[in-house]
Design a protein around this ligand. Sequence first.
Ligand code: PPS
Length: 300
Amino acid sequence: MIQPSDKMEQESRPTLFDFHGVHMTKYCTDNWENVQNFQAKPNDIFIATYPKAGTTWMSCILDLLLFGRTCPERQESIPIYKRVPFLELCTGFEITGKDFADQLLSTPRLIKTHLPVQFIPKSIWNQNSRIVYVARNAKDSVVSNFHFCRMDSFQVDPGDWSTFLYNFMQGKVVYGSWFDHVNGWWEKKQTHPKILYLFYEDISEGSGREIDRLCSFLGLSPSVEEKQQILTQVQFDKMKKNKMANFSTLPSMDHKVSPFMRKGKVGDWRNQFTVAQNEQFNEVYRQKMKDTTLQFRTML
Ligand code: PPS
């Protein structure tokens, strides 16, 4: 485990740059060639998301479904970011996400990525690995992202809320446009049977039902008791308290500024958007989403 060092504290926030048409930072592009040459395996399971869509939630659900019975000690002793490496992450403070993934001993491997669909390494398609994509409505995503960028020194300085919101609408945030990301994966899913496209809002509304969908996608059949145990362990309050799930062991994050497990709600955007910001956002949203069949719920 890395300890906070003077170097880390002094390290300035990364900057955004245009990377093949998507705004990115050095922390997700510095290992590009190795990431693009990543060798997937047919039984790998990828969790793909735009940032703040419920990646950690899905990671914990899948980790429990796959290893909860055979290796329960994992949940107590290994932080989630080591059980589910972040493929493109390359901060220089730890080994790269790609090396982490290569070194994973558990089978199947669970691997997280925030890459837009056009950047996914070729071998993932060639090996026909399964991908669980989780999407979250844009309003809750931008609010969650704003608070996350405030607390994590590996993120671009978000500035104030209205600046961040404006940049988000323009796609000038890390991993680029939310609109392009969710739509790009949605289109790919129409022709690629190995993608399961889930929604944060659906998981929030009915975790049991969404776990059933995951199980049929992955060919798993947990017992009623196992499923109940998983449902209990992935409740927001449980995960918030769990050091192996809440990222409190990572020195780049300052949970006093904003906890990683912040609110875990659908519709929290209403506490952040002004009426004028909401109207402006709705207008941009209508324009950008006019040609898609993809629908989100911003409230339950
Ligand atoms: S990251 O950094 O992109 O990997 O973040 P990610 O894990 O995708 O998203 C973090 C948000 O997911 C919320 N979260 C949960 N919500 C409900 N239930 C559970 N169990 C849960 N676990 C994580 C987390 O609180 C972040 O959302 P906000 O709205 O900021 O609370």
